[in-house]
Design a protein around this ligand. Sequence first.
Ligand SMILES: [Zn+2]
Length: 332
Amino acid sequence: MTDPLRLYHDPHVLCHGTGAFHPEGPRRIAAVVEALEAGGFEMHRTPSPERTRDALSLVHDPAYVERVREAASLGPEEAGQPFTLFDSPDNPMSRSTFDVAQRTVGLLLAAVDDVMEGVARRAFVVTRPPGHHARAAAAMGFCFFNAVAVAARDAQQRYGAGRVLVADFDVHHGNGTQETFWEDGSVAYLSVHRFPFYPGTGGAGETGSGPGLGLTVNVPLGAGADDDVYAGAFEAGLDRLLGRFHPDLVLVSAGFDAHRVDPLGGMRLSGEGFARMTRALLAAAEAFACGRLVSVLEGGYDPAGTAEGALAHARALGGAENPRIDSALGRS
Ligand SMILES: [Zn+2]
């Protein structure tokens, strides 16, 4: 029996300390889990596969992985102590950071395992820290390890998933993910985001190179976009990419910092905007990837706004009525 949707969370991820005033704190995840459970969703806690540490090297320089481990081991254990800043002033770390960042990757690998092995059809991993800004050998933008990039590579190696789509609706451009697959003809990257904005990349002219030319699709938007503008731009970018790339697996960098109450994003989305983008991704997964879709939480810095977005995302992933699936499958 295949679950239509499985949600994954490990309470240990709350232990990555960033300081009382940092936007990427544990409260945002606690709020998401509380909203999902109140909405009737059950959270699965799954141990990281043993290969998790090795899998990091599919994307990250092993010396960088070791540098994160060593710096975290010297970090503060207690709240109230100054946090170690790692690579960037945006990236405070505590004693638990390496373990939590690695566990986040492990949760996503376990979710991909379940979807590829038919235990679940779709999955959503509720975790932190986010990952899409992390580069091969550098932390930035609250991110240490690029979980979605590692999962794409792992799915290719372990399950022979030939073509993987990484779709990213976080309000920030996923520079680390783009960079990882820039010249890759087997992993496509779609991002809708505010531009110009942190981290500075993601212009419409950035489209990949070599075998990857045309498989990076950036949809930059000015501040203030609402549901129609943001989700409409995302759908148009997705349709454009699907015209030339048919994925065997859909991975989603699900950030909710385009929500209208987010303190960082400057956009005006409601839950419906996130639901609409989710329905489009679900239709793509049904049309090309046997329904296989695995989503991981990225940003979202207002706890209530992030919870509203994540609940709308999970409900849409639950796959009730979805006219776009009907049209993708030729049902009218
Ligand atoms: Zn973000």
